[in-house]
Design a protein around this ligand. Structure first.
Ligand SMILES: Nc1ncnc2c1ncn2[C@@H]1O[C@H](COP(=O)(O)OP(=O)(O)OP(=O)(O)O)[C@@H](O)[C@H]1O
Ligand SMILES: [Mg+2]
Length: 396
């Protein structure tokens, strides 16, 4: 919030509802500001009807509206204004270096710039951008153009935005802001967080949200988002692998995964002793290994890109080794953080979006068929909703 004396003429929001419309579940939270502390006052969840959301697009707005209502009613959340986000592989986030120019001019230039990265027609895209920082000019001999600026461009298909607006209004709520999912993770998980890797304010952090349908990576350097990537693998792939290995239905496999799924990282699976490995774990290993390899490749690519951009901009900061903060419902799989750490070689910790909140919530929420009376049990699933709620309260 900008500096100013509050004389009672402006209303500082004291409560906000964050709504995460996921492929497997809708998660709603209400957060209230009380003095200097943030309080989690309500949590509501409801399963998303199967097939109603595909690659971020809400295909069945009526069905999703029903799930949104069920989540809000379940949490007894009556506030009509919500903060929600779009997700999916159609979202493009890019940092580009451009010469310094006025904001109005920039809005035009961004469109031309975006054309290089957006794989659909620009007429079908919604845009936003933000100036990240000023950097030294990359080309020329200085002179008139000594400084460039780094600009974050976000584009997503208009249909994605429209499908969300339709579902939200059918549910009787108004979206105050439609954010972009990977961008809210830092808000929920980054505040005042001490780094296990012990690096400075410019440390490199990959927030990795493993949901049901996708894994979203948001790569930050300090406070700035630098890259995002959405991988089409999530908890559903683990369930499918268990279902086919054990020859059981998807519903059964989901129950088995939640009841006894675990990974024993650090115990290499030898060909000779695979028979001793639990069949559920054995079924999941190739999926998590593949996912870990994708995460590692993305982080290595992002880190080397950042190094080369910084060299061009004459910035030479010691950022240390990147670390991974895991979240999303699938991050609750016992042993997953250690497994990802062993496979990627990057320090990996489980993020807790409730760390910076006081919990005043005393209800129960059911998520993936499991009823939890304690918010901490479902914390990994709440990161996006909490990040959106905090955005609503304008906590930077
Ligand atoms: N304890 C657990 N162990 C393993 N998997 C779990 C556990 N708890 C939840 N999951 C899995 O987490 C997934 C749901 O997580 P989440 O609510 O973050 O997904 P989503 O937001 O609906 O999906 P997406 O972000 O892909 O749209 C499901 O696949 C579920 O099986
Ligand atoms: Mg999700």
């Amino acid at each position: 919030m900008a500096f100013g004396f509050n004389l009672g003429f402006t209303r500082v929001p004291t409560r906000a509802v964050g709504l995460d419309i996921g492929t497997s579940a809708v998660k709603a939270v209400e957060i209230r500001r009380r003095g200097r502390t943030m309080h989690l006052v309500a949590v509501g969840t409801a399963p998303t009807p199967k097939g109603a959301i595909k690659d971020g697009v809400i295909l069945d707005p009526e069905a999703v509206a029903g799930a949104i209502r069920a989540a809000l009613d379940g949490g007894r959340i009556r506030h009509k204004e919500v903060f929600a986000a779009v997700a999916g592989q159609g979202i493009v986030v890019r940092n580009v270096i451009l010469p310094r120019m006025p904001r109005e001019e920039l809005a035009e230039v961004i469109k031309w710039e975006a054309e290089r990265y957006v794989p659909y027609s620009l007429d079908e895209a919604a845009f936003d951008f933000d100036i990240v920082r000023e950097v030294a000019a990359t080309g020329g001999t200085g002179g008139a153009r000594e400084r460039d600026m780094e600009v974050l461009i976000v584009a997503c298909p208009r249909a994605l935005v429209e499908s969300h607006v339709t579902a939200l209004s059918a549910a009787g709520v108004r979206p105050k802001v439609l954010d972009v999912q990977p961008l809210v993770l830092h808000r929920a998980l980054g505040m005042r967080r001490r780094s296990p890797a012990g690096t400075g304010p410019d440390r490199l952090v990959a927030y990795v949200d493993i949901g049901a349908g996708t894994t979203d990576i948001a790569f930050y350097r300090g406070e700035h988002l630098r890259f995002t990537r959405i991988i089409g693998t999530g908890g559903r792939n683990l369930t499918e692998a268990i279902s086919s290995a054990l020859a059981i239905s998807i519903e059964e496999a989901e129950k088995v995964k939640l009841a006894r799924g675990r990974l024993n990282a650090g115990l290499p699976v030898q060909a000779s002793n695979t028979s001793e490995v639990d069949p559920v774990e054995r079924a999941m290993i190739p999926v998590v290994k593949g996912l870990a390899a994708e995460i590692r490749r993305s982080i290595e690519y992002f880190s080397s890109e950042i190094r080369s951009i910084d060299r061009g901009a004459n910035v030479d900061e010691d950022t240390g080794r990147p670390e991974i903060i895991l979240t999303g419902g699938s991050a609750g799989l016992p042993g997953l953080p250690a497994f990802i750490e062993a496979e990627t070689g990057f320090v990996t910790a489980l993020g807790n979006p409730l760390e910076n909140l006081v919990s005043d919530w005393h209800g129960a929420a059911t998520i993936t068929g499991h009823t939890s009376a304690s918010p901490i049990e479902i914390a990994p699933s709440l990161s996006v909703a909490v990040g959106l709620g905090l955005r609503g309260l304008d906590v930077a």
